[in-house]
Each structure stands twice: as C-alpha cells, then as structure tokens.
Design a protein around this ligand. Structure first.
Ligand code: NAD
Length: 313
C-alpha cells in the first residue's frame, strides 16, 4: 500500500513535546517530510528560556526512523517568525502541503483574578499563533493556485479544545482562544476551498505535560494495556485530515482521544420565538424567554462534552 502522505511536506507547530511530537512522528510515518517547530521553553505556561533541544530531538527521532525532518526553533505567536517557518518548509521541500497548528501554553486563573498578561499571552500563542502560520500558508497556496490556474493541494489542521465546547471556569483565556480558533477554521475553510485547501479543527484529549495534573489517575490502563490518553491515539486523525483522502472534509470540528472520534455539528437553533411584527419589547421577550430558560440550568444550551455523551472511563 503506498503511504498516504508520500511526497507531501508538512509543518507541525509545538511539535517538540506532547501531542505535536506524536503528530509529527505520525505524519512522517505516513510519508510526509516534516518541519518540526517548537519554541522549546521549559514551562507549560510559556516561561523560561527558549531552547532548540525539543524541536531538534523530534526531528532527529524522525530521521532515525528513516523519515525526513528539519527542526525550526521559533515562536508561532510572532508574525515574522511564522513567516520564516512557512518559508523554511518551502525552502527545504519545494512547497508546503500540510499545516498542523498545535503549539500552546496554559495560564489558568478565574476570570476575576486573571491578569492582563495572563489573558494576552494565552490568546497570543493559541489564537494569533494559529492566524500567523495560516496567513503565510494561505498566501502560499493562493499564489500557487493562481499560477497553476487550478486548485492545488493544501491541508490545515487546527487545535481547539473541549474547554471551548464545555466551557471551563478556570480557563477564560484558553476557552476564548480555543473558540476563536474554531471561528478562524470556519473562515479559512470557506476562503481557501477554491484553491484546493481544507481547514479543520480537532479537540484532542491526551496525557501530556499540559494535562498531567488534570488526567492524573484518569483512564490509566490496566497493567500492560494501552493508555487511552496517549497522544499517539490523537495523531492518526491528524494524519487522515492531512491526506488526499480527506478532500471532502472541510470546516469540521472533531473530538478525538483513545480510539474514539466524534463529529461535532455546528450549533443549531433549539427554539424560535417570533412576534411576526419585526420588533420586540422587553415585556414580550420576558414573556417567552423567561419560561424557556426557567427550567434549564445555566449553560445547558452549550454543547458540553457530557451533553455530547463523551464522558468515558
Ligand atoms: P505540551 O505542553 O505537551 O506541548 C505544547 C508544545 O507547544 C510545547 O512543546 C511548547 O514548547 C510548544 N509551544 C508553546 N508555545 C509555543 C510558541 N509560541 N511557539 C512554538 N511552540 C510553542 O501540550 P499538549 O497537551 O501537547 O498540547 C498541544 C495542543 O493541544 C495545545 O494547543 C493544547 O491547547 C491542545 N489541547 C491539548 C489537550 C490535552 O488533553 N493534552 C486537550 C485539548 C487541547
């Protein structure tokens, strides 16, 4: 069987550890030549000195397994470093085919205590980081498509979170950034379809540096069994979405972990109250929305993971 990503080039951001590392290894195993990006700061909150170590170690691991990889030590939240990252893929492999946006940090705090810096840094790394790389990859695909006079091939896989779907009280910055990433994904999917490019987002769950305390003791395997929260269970979906086989999957949101993938539909209208008069008064709204929400616990209209039936183990 030919490898599904043979001949393709891919960038994976934040690939020095955790999910990004597993995704870079999987894309390489499926035949892609990979640019392994990571900033290499030691803290999961983005603190500490940048280091080339994590990106270089994963690139070396791919090459040792017979694959093709180069490392890029850089900050995806910096516009110019994102330009350089896309430029490196084009310089190294002749063109870019796949962009996996994965890099992220955590600065958790309740909304009433959160500092401006905690808000800005998380929104910057996740949301602006996704935009920056997408901006340069999209320009690359548009230009190639215009030159060729036909659609080319491009794939974007973004990383959202169930913290956006379910809400997460102690993560206002993170949940907002992850929601923004879904909006960015939909917009990008619509804008780039005519160039042959798809954009989708995943909500992964995995035991990594980012979640070691959240998932401590959750879903631990029976002795010797596979860990359902291993990052390796998320990576194959990224490989699939990056492949030519997924040409018809665009603008989608998928929850994935431990051998399970769930398709999340767009929010749908649950109820309509229409005065048929093209206008509303306060009293009319109170008369319809009051009874409607009275029986519903706050937040129920949001598609929480539990509401989606995804609570496992
Ligand atoms: P992780 O901390 O293990 O890995 C994140 C990587 O991103 C690190 O190697 C870090 O150095 C890198 N990074 C951080 N800031 C960067 C920047 N500005 N530029 C380049 N690289 C940068 O975390 P993880 O769990 O593997 O998370 C990967 C992605 O998955 C994140 O976007 C995270 O929000 C998302 N996610 C993870 C889970 C989970 O259960 N682990 C759940 C939902 C979403």
């Amino acid at each position: 069987m030919p490898l599904p990503l043979r001949g393709l080039s891919a960038i994976v951001t934040g690939a020095g550890r955790g999910l990004g590392r597993a995704e870079a290894l999987e894309l390489a195993r499926l035949g892609a030549a990979v640019v392994v990006n990571d900033l290499g700061r030691p803290g999961r909150d983005g603190s500490g000195e940048a280091s080339a170590g994590p990106a270089e170690e994963v690139a070396a691991e791919i090459r040792a397994a017979g694959g093709t990889a180069v490392a890029h030590t850089g900050d995806v939240s910096d516009f110019e470093q994102a330009r350089e990252l896309v430029g490196l893929a084009v310089a190294a492999y002749g063109r870019l085919d796949v962009l996996v946006n994965n890099a992220g940090i955590l600065r958790d705090r309740m909304v009433f205590s959160m500092s401006e810096e905690e808000w800005d840094s998380v929104v910057r790394v996740h949301l602006k980081g996704h935009f920056n790389t997408t901006r340069f990859a999209a320009a690359h695909w548009r230009e190639r498509s215009k030159r060729a006079g036909r659609p080319v091939f491009g794939r974007i896989v973004n990383t959202s979170s169930e913290a956006f779907l379910a809400g997460s009280a102690g993560q206002p910055n993170y949940a907002a950034a992850k929601g923004g990433i879904v909006g960015l994904t939909t917009s990008t999917a619509l804008a780039l379809a005519k160039y042959g490019v798809t954009a989708n987002a995943i909500c992964p769950r995995a035991r990594t540096r980012m979640t070691e305390d959240v998932f401590a003791g959750v879903g631990r395997p029976a002795a010797g069994g596979p860990d359902p929260l291993a990052p390796e269970h998320v990576a194959p979906l990224v490989g699939y979405l990056a492949s030519p086989a997924a040409a018809h999957v665009n603008g989608q949101l998928l929850v994935v972990h431990g051998g399970m993938v769930a398709v999340v539909e767009r929010p749908r209208v649950a109820a309509v109250f229409d005065t048929k008069q093209d206008t509303f008064t306060y009293d009319e709204l109170d008369a319809v929305l009051g009874p409607y929400y009275a029986d519903r616990p706050a937040g129920e209209t949001f598609a929480a993971a539990e509401v989606l039936g995804l609570k496992r183990g």
